[in-house]
Design a binder for this molecule. Structure first.
Ligand code: CO
Ligand code: CO
Length: 372
């Protein structure tokens, strides 16, 4: 249990005018308590009130995970019979003495399962999206968190270099992706990867979210890999694009433009500027080169204990950058039916600007340089 972080949460609950928040198993619960639970058929919820009281409803068999007498929240457990579960929610609600609401929930995590028990336990209380509280809680990373993200980046980079050595002409996207997963685990990634690697070849690189297929690697292909590692719950998320043999000149040209856009984005952020400034700087390079219609996604997304979190890097986002915020810079150009290039780095906002946690060479690199 991290009492400093719990204090921060309580103050955010007050600032946003809520009476309490409910957290489900996931990154925010882990951030506060160090406890990891999976979303299972049994409900687990932590309630934290503006008065600083907290109560956790959880299955009795999970009680062994709790830190014992030092715990700052009270545990309300239940057994295997679902008929008992409502009573655990009722006792927790009674303990916290919630009367007014509103109660903020994690919109993307709260399930119908928990919501029904909570609503029954808290009649007349309004439930609202608690997203602003959650974002405020985890958005600025502490130095220890950044160190974990740096390690996640190093693991991902070391895994890709080993994977590239093992590539051979004729290997399929799926085979490359599977090898990369093995190498990520060998290099020290947590077993829960941030996402399954995207590996695409040739024309498939024109689809930013391609799923690895049986398409085999041949001379003249681009190879785009978007992958990440996880270290103690913190993620990396990197994309590099490679060439295999001689690639058509326009694909090399868009490679240069995306490289310049990536640099422009990484140079554009600093404390006090809006997140949108990073998007605009990267996008301007691509638009001025005549490919604006082929940069079909935002420039990046927040990264940390989740693969996508705030701040999102898009033109209209006025969120002011602060030191310790972490996000990706990942411009791309995608030419349908021909190929695409994306170059993605993970950055942290420092006093002077954006520092990249990822440092693999960024230009379109000939695979032949790496293959064994
Ligand atoms: Co990515
Ligand atoms: Co990304």
């Amino acid at each position: 249990m991290n009492t400093e972080r719990m204090k921060k949460l309580v103050s955010l609950v007050k600032i946003h005018g809520l009476e309490a928040v409910a957290l489900n198993p996931g990154p925010s619960l882990r951030y506060l308590t160090g406890l990891e639970f999976h979303l299972m058929e049994r409900p687990t919820v932590l309630l934290v009130s503006a008065s600083g009281m907290s109560a956790m409803i959880l299955p009795g068999l999970e009680k062994a995970k709790l830190p014992g007498e030092t715990t700052v929240f009270q545990a309300f457990t239940y057994g295997d019979d679902p008929a008992e579960w409502q009573a655990a929610f009722d006792r927790a609600a009674e303990k916290l003495g919630l009367t007014r609401g509103p109660l903020g929930v994690e919109a993307g995590r709260m399930r119908f399962l928990e919501l029904v028990f909570l609503k029954n336990a808290l009649p007349g209380i309004e439930f609202v999206d608690g997203g602003k509280v959650i974002d405020g809680l985890r958005r600025k990373k502490e130095s220890g968190e950044i160190a974990k993200m740096r390690r996640a980046a190093q693991i991902a980079q070391s895994a890709i270099l080993t994977t590239l050595k093992l590539l051979k002409e004729g290997m399929t996207e799926k085979q490359i992706a599977n090898e990369l997963v093995v190498q990520l685990l060998r290099a020290g990634s947590d077993d829960q990867l941030p996402f399954s690697p995207i590996v695409s070849l040739g024309q498939n690189t024109a689809n930013p979210h391609a799923v690895p297929s049986d398409r085999a690697m041949h001379k003249g292909d681009l190879l785009l890999i978007d992958w990440g590692a996880s270290f103690e719950g913190y993620f990396s998320d990197i994309t590099r694009t490679f060439t295999f043999g001689e690639v058509e000149p326009e694909l090399l040209k868009i490679g240069d433009i995306v490289l310049r856009a990536n640099r422009a984005g990484r140079s554009a952020g600093k404390p006090g500027l809006p997140a949108g400034a990073v998007d605009r700087a990267a996008r301007l390079v691509i638009t001025e080169a005549g490919y604006g219609d082929f940069f079909i996604h935002r420039t990046g997304h927040g990264l940390g204990m989740e693969a996508h979190e705030t701040p999102y890097i898009f033109d209209e986002n006025k969120t002011i950058l602060e030191t310790g915020m972490t996000f990706t810079v990942e411009p791309g150009i995608y030419l349908p039916g021909r190929g695409g290039v994306r170059i993605e780095d993970d950055v942290v906002v420092t006093e002077t600007g954006l520092e990249s946690l990822t440092d693999l060479p960024r230009e379109l690199l000939p695979l032949e340089k790496f293959m064994g």
